[in-house]
Design a protein. Structure first.
Length: 523
């Protein structure tokens, strides 16, 4: 049996104290020469003077020996061989060398694993004593873990502090400035809200029928007019009229208005127009056909006055939208009616002239009269002929009476011939009754035609008047402008929250963009 090992140790070597550092080498025991192998193979327990290495530490030591190309029959031989080369197998740095690093050189590096092991500086002369392995107890390991945790916490606190600083500078400070402006500097503004509707005349009362009356009184009938009025109220012409009537730009150039909302006294018209579009908000709701308007000013009464003036401009614009159409429709119908009436009067005057020229009021009546006279004379001629025949039937007729009868027949026949001739042939400078009758019929037919045209023109004029009345637009104000009694703007809390969200969103986008770029560059 080998001799008992005697350790040279210090009584105050407290390796097991919390936070105590493990020395690089353990105390060297007194081993007789030639007894190293026997001591290493001795399965008898070590004395209780020093801690014995654990099984895990011995296995780690054997792996370290294999890594350095040392062949050992047992774990303790591996420990002794490593210590003979000046290597402490229980040192933390040596244990970390067992972690495999990234392979370099491909298959050649895997075939020769000893090529990755750094060169070990060997001592000039072997030490006569062989050290025993040192151990890392649970307290030391716990202290190291606590140190690591403290380091992680310290880094986390530093990152949180940097994040808080950036948020304060890029988000908190601008939000505080915006809140200071909204709560302290911003001038109170009063908003007057109003609503008006552009309506069309009732088609039923105007006499319209069919599909044209389906959309009467709805927003579809006046949608284009509402959009036109909205565009006009937001135009430069409306600004110029409002400025000339109520001094819009002069009101917003006052010194009591804060600099962000104030209009410079020598500002351009473009700047005034931008301010006008910001202070006058007009929106059209196509589902209801309502035009909503909001006018903002630093004085509530002036705000209501601005709103009423703009509604008056809208009424004028509504009247002007269809005035030309109504005027064109009525003027065309009136001109057509006047022309038809003039032609009818000319035809009637032609008939009167013809009647006065020929002295015949009615050709039909004249013809009837002549024919009646001819008929009467023919009756008398027939009676005279009967009388003449009776006279001649006597054996000795009265010659005088026969001559008288013959003379009467001849004169009646001549008169009949004259009457018949007057129907077709004129007497001296007079025209014939047939020509007079034809001219009168033509003139009367022309008069009838002109009268029909005049009647149609009158109907067209009435329809044009109805259509013009239907085209009339008028503006009704269901919500009249009333001056507010409390400031509407600024909405300090809402604007401050909005400013915070805006600045936070900008910071988030910039941070994400910077992180993505940094990752791309580092990769």
């Amino acid at each position: 049996m080998p001799k008992a090992l005697k350790f040279r140790t210090r009584p105050d070597a407290g390796f097991n104290r919390p936070g105590a550092k493990v020395p690089a080498t353990m105390p060297v025991p007194d081993i007789p020469p030639g007894a190293q192998v026997a001591a290493a193979n001795d399965p008898s327990p070590r004395p209780a003077d020093g801690p014995s290495p654990t099984g895990r530490q011995l296995r780690m030591a054997r792996r370290i020996a294999q890594k350095h190309g040392i062949s050992a029959g047992s774990d303790r031989e591996a420990v002794e061989a490593l210590r003979a080369r000046g290597i402490d197998p229980f040192e933390r740095s040596n244990m970390l060398q067992l972690v495999p690093g990234p392979a370099k050189g491909g298959a050649g590096a895997q075939a020769n694993p000893t090529a990755q092991v750094p060169a070990i500086a060997r001592p000039s002369a072997p030490s006569p004593a062989t050290p025993i392995p040192a151990t890392i107890d649970a307290d030391h390991r716990a202290s190291e873990i606590v140190n690591i945790q403290r380091d992680i916490a310290r880094r986390r606190r530093r990152r949180l502090a940097l994040l808080a600083t950036r948020l304060t500078f890029f988000v908190g400070l601008p939000t505080a400035i915006a809140a200071f402006y909204f709560y302290t500097i911003a001038t109170p503004m009063y908003a007057t809200k109003s609503e008006f509707i552009i309506q069309q005349a009732d088609a039923a009362s105007a006499g319209a029928t069919g599909l044209g009356g389906l959309f009467s009184g709805t927003g579809l009938a006046t949608q284009q007019d509402s959009i036109s009025v909205q565009s006009y109220l937001l135009s430069r012409d409306a600004l110029n009229r409002l400025d000339s009537d109520l001094g819009f730009t002069e009101h917003f150039s006052q010194d009591r208005i804060d600099p962000l909302q104030r209009l410079e006294a020598d500002g351009s018209r473009d700047a005034a127009y931008k301010l006008y579009k910001r202070m006058v908000q007009i929106g059209y709701d196509p589902t209801e056909g309502v035009v909503k308007m909001e006018v903002v000013a630093a004085d509530p009464k002036l705000s209501a006055a601005f709103s009423k003036a703009l509604i008056g401009y809208a009424e004028e614009q509504v009247d002007n939208l269809t005035s030309r159409l109504r005027t064109d429709q009525m003027s065309g119908a009136q001109d057509s009616f006047a022309a038809a009436e003039q032609r009818m009067l000319e035809a009637q005057s032609r008939i009167v002239d013809l009647q006065e020229r020929v002295g015949v009021v009615s050709a039909t009546a004249e013809e009837s009269l002549i024919y009646s006279q001819i008929g009467a004379m023919e009756t008398e001629v027939r009676a005279e002929r009967l009388r003449l025949d009776q006279l001649r039937s006597n054996a000795r007729p009265n010659a005088t009476r026969v001559e008288v009868a013959q003379s009467n027949i001849a004169s009646l026949q001549a008169e009949i011939d004259a009457l018949r001739k007057s129907l077709t042939v004129g007497v001296e400078d007079e025209v014939s009754l047939a020509r007079v009758t034809a001219e009168l019929q033509v003139a009367q037919q022309d008069l009838v035609t002109r009268q029909l045209l005049l009647q149609q023109s009158a109907q067209q004029l009435e329809l044009a008047r109805i259509e013009a009345n239907r085209q009339v637009r008028y503006l009704s104000t269901p919500v009249p402008p009333i001056a507010p009694d409390r400031p509407t703007y600024p909405r300090s809390f809402e604007n401050t929250v909005l400013a915070f969200l805006v600045f936070a969103g900008i910071y988030l986008m910039v941070s994400l963009t910077a992180a993505i770029l940094r990752e791309q560059v580092s990769g």
